[in-house]
Design a protein around this ligand. Structure first.
Ligand SMILES: NC(=O)c1ccc[n+]([C@@H]2O[C@H](COP(=O)([O-])OP(=O)(O)OC[C@H]3O[C@@H](n4cnc5c(N)ncnc54)[C@H](O)[C@@H]3O)[C@@H](O)[C@H]2O)c1
Length: 296
């Protein structure tokens, strides 16, 4: 670990700072695991199933392999990083982690019960973070017995390439929790921005109303999906159009974010677009299921 002293200087923080725990094994869990491995952390991923764990390891090793192929990573470094990744199906194994990030499905009940469980196994002195996209971090924190050690560490997709991480400060978090989160983000080579615990934080509060409006624009017949994507790429210099981005994020996650923003604003103009609701109900969740607004 490169920046060991950074952590050691923070009050009431565990002396074992080398292991990051991740709960979840989806797109974001795999990305965060890879980022942390390359930053020198040991990473322990807890998946509910052996299959989820195997798929995560395969995803990380494929991505590390691509770096080697592109000449961006030496084989020895890849092998050494891969050796620092371990998986478990037992939540109790996260007990030796000094930071645990939960990155499971964007669902308040699931996250609340997971955080409660994590609070009982992760030792005092370690921090617990959520990678939630929009849920209230304060409400999640208050589900635990030690809300002062809970904050948001919100990576972006793909975590391996996106430079930004939002650190969300709920009213309940202690300053040392926030300091550790910011230090961790810096150690991962990312840029941290500190945000109050408002719905959607910075990025999603601004981004998802636009994505939702793009779907409604297509539904009204203003333009086709392809032309809306082309317009926002060519006219705004965005790297991808709204439909490509929705499929990348995942339509279930996107719907959940839009529903949370809608519940917070109460403004009917913010209600989720019909075709988004329908695609999710039909199980078409974007790239991760092979079909969303487009087929992959
Ligand atoms: N996809 C994105 O672009 C993006 C970006 C930033 C943050 N996020 C957030 O990251 C989190 C995960 O999103 P994702 O895109 O990786 O989703 P995903 O669908 O790829 O993965 C979700 C994971 O959660 C697991 N899971 C579901 N219920 C669970 C439970 N009760 N206990 C433990 N595991 C459970 C699933 O097995 C799966 O591994 C969400 O909170 C999401 O809002 C997503």
């Amino acid at each position: 670990m490169g920046n060991y002293s950074l952590f050691m200087s923070l009050p009431s923080f565990s002396s074992d700072i080398s292991t990051l725990g991740i709960a979840g094994s989806g797109i974001m869990a795999a990305g965060i695991a890879e980022v942390a491995l390359l930053a020198g952390f040991d990473v322990m991923v807890r998946s509910r199933s052996e299959r989820g764990a195997t798929e995560l390891v395969a995803q990380v090793s494929k991505s590390l392999g691509r770096r080697v192929e592109r000449g961006k990573l030496e084989i020895q470094v890849r092998d050494e990083a891969a050796r620092r990744l371990t998986t478990t199906t037992n939540l109790g194994d996260l007990a030796r982690c000094s930071i645990v990030i939960e990155s499971v499905v964007e669902d308040k009940e699931q996250k609340t019960s997971l955080l409660r469980e994590l609070d009982s196994v992760v030792p005092t002195g370690s921090i617990i973070a959520t990678n939630t996209s929009t849920l209230s971090v304060s409400e999640l924190a208050l589900a635990t017995m030690q809300p002062d050690r809970v904050c948001g560490i919100h990576f972006f997709n793909p975590a391996t390439t996106m430079p930004l991480v939002e650190v969300i400060r709920p009213l309940t978090a202690s300053q040392s929790t926030i300091d550790v989160a910011i230090a961790f983000v810096a150690m991962c080579g990312k840029e941290a921005v500190l945000v109050r615990d408002d719905p959607g934080f910075i990025v999603n509060a601004l981004l998802f109303p636009y994505l939702n409006d793009a779907i409604k624009m297509m539904e009204r017949g203003t333009a086709s999906m392809d032309d809306i994507d082309a317009a926002m790429k060519g006219g705004c210099n965005f790297p991808m159009g709204p439909f490509a981005l929705l499929d990348l994020v995942g339509l279930d996650t996107s719907l959940s974010i839009i529903e949370t923003l809608y519940a917070a604003s109460g403004n009917t103009a913010d209600c989720p677009a019909e075709s988004l609701v329908r695609l999710v109900a039909d199980g078409h969740l974007g790239r991760k299921t092979g079909r969303g607004f487009r087929t992959y």
